[in-house]
Write a protein that binds this ligand. Structure first.
Ligand code: PHB
Length: 391
């Protein structure tokens, strides 16, 4: 008090002016520019929409601000086309000067995004694409994933199928990183468990002409089939598998994308299918129940794994921004906050591994009616091995 009394009026006035100025600077803090690069057309269109819906739901729940900053979106439809990916991501980074890129669904497109993010130092959050390389050889301090690596659900399912006593398995998938790596994870644990892969069948992405390959499966007569398909392709594959009568003779197992967000369209053809994924319907936890209620209210749609991953991408951005008081340029502070965070996801709480990929439980789910019901936990706190990641 004594000290304040001795301050000259001019000094007080100057201090007040500085305080006022900094308040107005804060009020005018520019919006944080988010580059949303997702598929809005093609076989993965519904997945892109669900990711954006989830992201916006979390933002809405936070009163429209993360770390004190309002957000502004610049959107690109990446069409799940790797050939256009570098141009698309560079438009966001170089032309629109976004502060963070959020995307995408397709692994091939995500790898081009990760390269651009690494080269430019732009913050990136991957809300789906599982490309092992993104949290492997391409890993970086400024690249994070809110979803999974392709290896993870495949590895979890390989253990399940081996434990069931199946010995000879045929795999079938799209010929690109996601399919190859999903089968790779499956093969690793399945062969460790004593199983054998008798044939690896593929079709080019996003082709859905499965007939010739289904005929081949019927003649190979394996004990079981493992598959990765997603979105529109997963709908067609499950229907074709049932129409060929194979669902009666050769059990089909898949990474959970096979039956997530697809059950309305697959109908009875999906009944009974077993899949592994980091999310399921009817988890019946307070966190998930609140999320599902809010999502249905906002969008008049049931949420799926993609909606959860979008929601969590926004949560992760929020954690980084809160720790840095909205300064996304403070990359070390942003990364440090996420590296020690416990992310309270509707799927269950998860942390990030050293390679910035979620360490999380993989549920074994079974299709009952229009739901992927939890049968058990196939793999607890499963971490991607992060092969080739040096940070
Ligand atoms: C991928 O390309 O990594 C991918 C696409 C769709 C999914 C899962 C993974 O549902």
């Amino acid at each position: 008090m004594k000290f304040q009394k001795r301050l000259p009026w001019t000094a007080l006035a100057a201090a007040a002016t500085v305080a006022l100025m900094s308040a107005s600077v804060q009020a005018q803090a520019p919006k944080l520019k988010v580059g949303l690069m997702l598929p809005y057309t093609g076989t993965y269109a519904a997945l892109g929409v669900a990711i954006e819906n989830g992201f916006r739901l979390y933002l809405e729940e936070q009163g429209g601000k993360l770390g004190g900053r309002e957000l502004e979106f610049v959107k690109v439809d990446d069409e799940s086309d790797p050939a256009k990916a570098t141009d698309n991501v560079n438009k966001l980074i170089k032309r629109d000067n976004v502060d963070v890129i959020v995307g995408t669904v397709h692994s091939g497109v995500a790898m081009a995004m990760a390269k651009a993010a690494k080269d430019s130092g732009t913050m990136m959050i991957d809300p789906n694409a599982g490309a092992d390389a993104v949290t492997g050889p391409m890993c970086a301090k400024n690249i994070f994933r809110s979803s999974f690596s392709n290896w993870q659900p495949g590895y979890a399912m390989g253990e399940v199928v081996a434990k069931k006593g199946h010995k000879k398995v045929v795999t079938i998938t799209w010929k690109y990183a996601a399919g190859d790596e999903s089968v790779g994870g499956f093969k690793e644990s399945f062969t460790k468990g004593g199983g054998q892969i008798v044939k690896e069948l593929t079709v080019p992405f996003p082709n859905v002409e499965f007939q010739a390959l289904l005929t081949e499966i019927a003649s190979l007569k394996p004990d079981a089939v493992y598959t990765f398909f997603a979105g529109g392709g997963a709908v067609k594959f499950v229907k074709d598998y049932a129409a060929a009568g194979l669902n009666k003779t050769i059990p089909l197992y898949g990474a959970g994308f096979l039956t997530d967000g697809t059950l309305e369209a697959q109908g009875a053809a999906a009944e009974g299918l077993l899949t592994t994924l980091h999310y399921a319907d009817a988890l019946n936890t307070p966190r998930d129940n609140a999320f599902r209620l809010a999502y249905v209210k906002a969008y008049k749609l049931q949420p799926d794994v993609y909606a959860v991953q979008g929601y969590d991408a926004a949560q992760m951005l929020g954690i980084g921004l809160k720790a840095t008081k909205g300064d996304i340029g403070n990359k070390a502070g942003f990364a440090a906050a996420l590296e020690k965070a416990k992310i309270e996801s509707p799927r269950g709480t998860f942390t990030l591994g050293k390679n910035h990929n979620p360490v999380q439980d993989f549920y074994l789910r079974q299709v009952v009616g229009k739901e992927n019901k939890v049968v058990g936990i196939a793999s607890k706190a499963l971490a991607d091995p992060g092969r080739g990641c040096r940070m």
